[in-house]
Design a protein around this ligand. Structure first.
Ligand code: AP5
Ligand code: MG
Ligand code: ZN
Length: 213
């Protein structure tokens, strides 16, 4: 099963990808997580990506496409995967479609978590991420057992660098301009499905399982 998670920044792509991973035992490939890991490790890729990410812009397509296409060749992807945060532009989607076509395969589901901008801005202020393992929590909706401490690894929870309200607004604008056109792209392929992102964690998870079966 090959799945793309679509939706604005903060709609819940990462959170709900995790639920799918637990159920279907396929890996998640999150380009945002890959970049954040590279920034932490101080790699060349991380240095290049950081300025774009901090500004709320997209990292250029040429830094993203080969990275993902290479990752999909790995052994753990043979039964499927979830793409979280890729593709994010029409050229990225076309590169993915072409790469898969060469292997004789295609994406099965483009799952959109749909949410209005204002609800996202309100929600993002409460997001907390683990500095050590990257697990995501929410101060109100998904609180950790102990405030400020990761349930999984005991790491410290912090705000993400790009979660400042001005940067969130910039990311939403970039989403509407460059990423939202993918909804039409995948509708044309007949694989687009939308769920209402305001349903809460249980509600969204249930709606997703109904689609995936
Ligand atoms: P990326 O890391 O992908 O960020 P994003 O798309 O902006 O999305 P987020 O991770 O912010 O949100 P999410 O939808 O995963 O929501 P979450 O589950 O955390 O990308 C970051 C940057 O990297 C980009 O800006 C760009 O610069 C660069 N980049 C990455 N990929 C790229 C690409 N392909 N091309 C170019 N550049 C790229 O949930 C949000 C909060 O809500 C959490 O606190 C969570 O606990 C809570 N929550 C989640 N679901 C629910 C629910 N159902 N009910 C209540 N609360 C919920
Ligand atoms: Mg995410
Ligand atoms: Zn952790």
């Amino acid at each position: 099963m090959k799945i793309i998670m679509l939706g604005a920044p903060g709609a819940g792509k990462g959170t709900h990808a995790k639920g799918i991973v637990d159920k279907y035992k396929i890996p998640t490939i999150s380009t945002g997580d890959i970049f954040r890991q590279n920034i932490k490790e101080g790699t060349e890729l991380g240095k290049k990506a950081k300025s774009y990410m901090d500004a709320g812009d997209l990292v250029p397509d040429e830094l993203v496409c080969d990275l993902v296409v290479d990752r999909l060749q790995k052994d753990d992807c043979k039964n499927g995967y979830i793409l979280d945060g890729f593709p994010r532009t029409i050229p990225q989607a076309e590169a993915l479609t072409e790469a898969l076509k060469k292997q004789g395969t295609a994406i099965d589901y483009a799952l959109e978590i749909a949410m209005e901008d204002q609800a996202i801005v309100d929600r993002m202020a409460g997001r907390r991420v683990c500095a050590k393992c990257g697990a995501t929590f929410h101060a109100v909706n998904i609180p950790p057992k102990v405030e400020g401490v990761c349930d999984n690894c005991g790491g410290e929870l912090e705000l993400r660098d790009d979660d400042k309200p001005e940067t969130v607004k910039k990311r939403l604008n970039v989403y509407h301009e460059q990423t939202a056109p993918l909804i039409e792209y995948y509708k044309k392929q007949g694989i687009h499905h939308a769920v209402d992102g305001t349903l809460g964690v249980e509600g969204v998870a249930k709606a997703i399982s109904e689609i995936l079966g």
